[in-house]
Ligand binder design. Structure first.
Ligand SMILES: Cc1cc2nc3c(=O)[nH]c(=O)nc-3n(C[C@H](O)[C@H](O)[C@H](O)COP(=O)(O)OP(=O)(O)OC[C@H]3O[C@@H](n4cnc5c(N)ncnc54)[C@H](O)[C@@H]3O)c2cc1C
Length: 426
């Protein structure tokens, strides 16, 4: 007992607070059981942290291939010149130091559900009692003819933040005034439904100052999109004549690209050449989910929506973008909400207890301009075994809001970013 410090006591008390908030006595029934989490993004890092908070006796190991995480949230603001890449980059030291999560930087290459082991590229094999998989998305290369990984160097997707974000920003900086920027959003479902349209706003913000004669063409594989009336109103107000949206039924869906000439070829209608071309390809669950046999025929992971346990393999849970959690969107905030429910379900199951009825939440801000924000929020609960929206909880920003309301929402967006990143990696 002599090496039990005041710091240990405070840590234990805050963990006890979290555990008792779930209605659990802080008794070590699940002592020394091992939970492995693959993926240290919004879903995985949150889940690792909260499992330790709910039961500090559990051994939690987080496997993340990169040493730093660059968030997609606010990466559009980097394209618009409002943020730097450094300001959206996070490390893993606090998860180690403050929350007792063991973090290993390596790539999970295979999972053996029968032996309950995860294999790492570096040669390690980790045994688990419960496994959480939160690998995010990967791209369906070739779904658009000639758009493969090599083509994405010339026509960046920037749909995983990091070097691709910097490449796209550099191309915008090098573009002539009067140039054409093409953004090509994919079919549903995909990561961050409002993201491509926020991107159009942030690029327009930059172009309006630096290259005002330029145009943005959105070649869309869909006929409608998230927060559409609010975005379109914002385009009209801040960037009149600069952004043109070509919907699927008007020839917006593209079937082929030519990276050499930076040309997109719609399914019908004329080819269009761009100076900067941002193709956001169709997506599916991250590769490890495929390797491990966790996906359905569409490439996403079916789960029990109460516990996020995989429908394919016992004792493996899938959360975040990779999981089928609709009507929850594929967002960072939703991934964090799923992560907390999943953490509670894992701790309950290791204690042999029943998981309490969960609720889930999502809030998503988009920046139309530096002082012009819009948002959507919703609360969800279980009905039977399915997630449903709670009627009347949440909603979208009003269409006829004042300038001050829009400015406040832009400030809330910055506050949202600080608090969610502190919750995930802090
Ligand atoms: C432009 C843009 C803007 C966005 N804006 C918002 C926003 O404002 N609000 C919001 O809520 N969401 C936003 N999102 C969506 C958000 O980024 C994702 O929904 C969120 O990152 C999903 O979390 P995740 O844990 O599923 O995946 P990720 O956060 O991508 O984490 C996956 C992690 O797993 C790691 N990994 C994958 N495979 C392996 C492996 N085999 N071994 C080891 N590690 C592995 C990856 O390196 C990565 O770190 C935005 C997305 C984009 C593209």
């Amino acid at each position: 007992m002599s090496d039990f410090t005041r710091r240990d006591f405070i840590k234990l008390m805050s963990a006890a607070g979290a555990a008792s908030a779930m209605g659990w006595p802080i008794v070590a029934q699940a002592a020394r059981r091992r939970v492995v989490v693959v993926g240290g993004g919004f879903g995985g890092a949150t889940c690792a942290k909260y499992i330790r908070a709910f039961d500090p006796r559990l051994k939690v190991t987080l496997i993340e291939q990169d040493t730093k995480f660059v968030t997609c949230p606010f990466s559009n603001a980097v394209l618009g010149g409002l943020r730097t890449i450094g300001s959206i980059t996070h490390g893993y030291d606090k998860l180690r130091q403050n929350h007792g999560v063991k973090v290993i930087h390596d790539r999970a290459t295979a999972i053996d559900p029968a032996a309950r082991k995860v294999m790492l590229a570096g040669g390690k094999r980790l045994r688990y009692d419960r496994l959480v998989v939160s690998p995010g998305i990967d791209f369906r290369w070739g779904a658009i003819e000639s758009y493969d990984e090599a083509a994405s160097q010339t026509m960046p997707h920037a749909w995983k933040a990091g070097p691709q974000t910097s490449t796209l920003r550099k191309q915008l900086e090098q573009m002539r005034d009067g140039g054409v920027v093409i953004i090509a959003p994919p079919v549903n479902p995909f990561r961050c439904p409002p993201g491509p349209y926020e991107r159009a706003c942030m690029i327009a913000h930059y172009l309006k100052q630096a290259k005002p004669r330029s145009k943005i063409l959105i070649y869309d594989a869909k006929d409608k999109f998230s927060k559409q009336p609010l975005f379109m109103q914002g385009w009209q107000k801040l960037y009149p004549g600069m952004i043109e949206w070509i919907k699927q039924s008007d020839g917006g869906a593209i079937e082929r690209v030519d990276p050499k000439t930076r040309t997109v070829y719609p399914v019908f209608g004329k080819p269009q050449k761009g100076d900067v071309v941002n193709v956001i390809p169709p997506q599916h669950a991250g590769t490890i989910a495929h390797t491990a046999g966790l996906v359905n025929k569409d490439g996403w992971c079916p789960v029990n929506q109460r516990t996020f346990e995989s429908a394919m393999h016992k004792d493996i849970h899938v959360i975040g973008d990779a999981a089928i959690a609709s009507p929850l969107p594929k967002s960072g905030f939703a991934a964090g909400s799923e992560a907390k429910v999943c953490a509670a379900a894992i701790v309950a199951s290791l204690r042999g207890e029943t998981m309490p009825d969960p609720s889930y939440v999502n809030t998503c801000y988009s920046l139309v301009g530096p002082e012009y924000g819009i948002s959507v929020a919703a609360v969800y609960r279980l009905k039977g075994n399915e997630i449903v929206k709670v009627k009347g909880a949440g909603g979208v920003s009003p269409k006829d809001a004042t300038d001050m309301f829009r400015r406040d929402e832009a400030r809330y967006a910055a506050g949202w970013y600080s608090s969610i990143t502190a919750d995930v990696w802090g």
